[in-house]
Design a protein around this ligand. Sequence first.
Ligand code: NAD
Ligand code: ZN
Length: 355
Amino acid sequence: MLNIKTKNYDIFLTNQNSLLINKFISKNKYSKVFILVDSNTKKYCLRLFLEKHLNGIKIELVTIKHGEQNKNTRNLYLAWIKISKLGGDRRSLLINLGGGLVSDLGGFVASTYNRGIDFINIPTTLLSMVDASIGGKVGINIQKLKNQVGLFNHPRFILIDTSFLETLPKREIKSGYAEMLKHGIIFDTKYFETLSKLKNIDSNFNIEHINCSIKIKNKIVNKDPKETNLRKILNFGHTLGHAIETHFLSKKKSKRLLHGEAISIGMILESYISHKILKMPFAQCQNIKKTINDKFKKITINREDSKSIIKLIKFDKKNSGGKVFFVLLNEIGKCETDIEVPKKTIIESIDFYNS
Ligand SMILES: NC(=O)c1ccc[n+]([C@@H]2O[C@H](COP(=O)([O-])OP(=O)(O)OC[C@H]3O[C@@H](n4cnc5c(N)ncnc54)[C@H](O)[C@@H]3O)[C@@H](O)[C@H]2O)c1
Ligand SMILES: [Zn+2]
């Protein structure tokens, strides 16, 4: 089992059975153990989890519907009520078994129920293994605004078992891969090159790559836990990526994009903007575009889409005072934050993506 230490908690990485949680529960003498699942992780992950990691311990299940639209106040309320009805108290433990929806909402439930109970994260998507479950951000969406309500709080530990990836759809695996590429692009050229060369992005994901991504995210978060400066670099590709994600959410189902898919387009656009504004070599910008286009389905962003995407940028809460600030690259592996970008360069970057 690999063990990554962070300032506040440990991350364990394995594909084997473990007694870690059993031991942790006995040691801490929890009054009750709750497991939060969504309808898919209940179906695909719960049995595996109980067999491999939680032998003979009585649990209470809290289930929410799957899908980003359920990361809302209604489910927050339903989870509080369910835990309360089942006798949850200050000495209860919440286990978040699922992707980013479950760890974000569950982390918020645990941080607020009875003024805060312990929680642990068991991420079941690649995206949550390398990103969402780590770093202490928890919260929910309100209306169109993603992650608008939340706080910083850490799990007691995170257990990553890569066997959960076996039931995860390939499209979801690629969505997580996009965030891994981002880690390479902003922080580690060699890692970016290694990931670019991968032939198949599927459930046999190399545990060493997951380990590498976690270490990069962890290094960044440790230096700046509350996102006052360095942590902002994790938002590379996200200023435009979020706007693209939101724009296509209002379209018919076949046009909607997963988070990582939208972010991968955002990274192409923001690489182009980096070339224009910070003079990142054009060859590197093309390299990023080629890597992403080789792995992800290309979409077309027409004039109507562009207009709506640009309008949506201002909703990104990281932007203040009506101005739009970007994380841009000097070169692959090195970036700068808080750079203002004119609208015309954003439009050009969309043309670059379409070309
Ligand atoms: N807190 C953070 O720092 C942070 C960082 C990045 C993303 N996020 C959040 O994470 C969320 C996205 O995370 P996600 O991509 O994991 O989405 P998700 O939790 O919605 O999971 C994606 C889909 O896969 C299903 N699923 C999960 N595990 C499965 C498995 N093993 N087998 C089969 N199906 C499975 C889910 O039910 C869902 O339908 C967003 O809400 C985003 O805002 C948070
Ligand atoms: Zn992201």
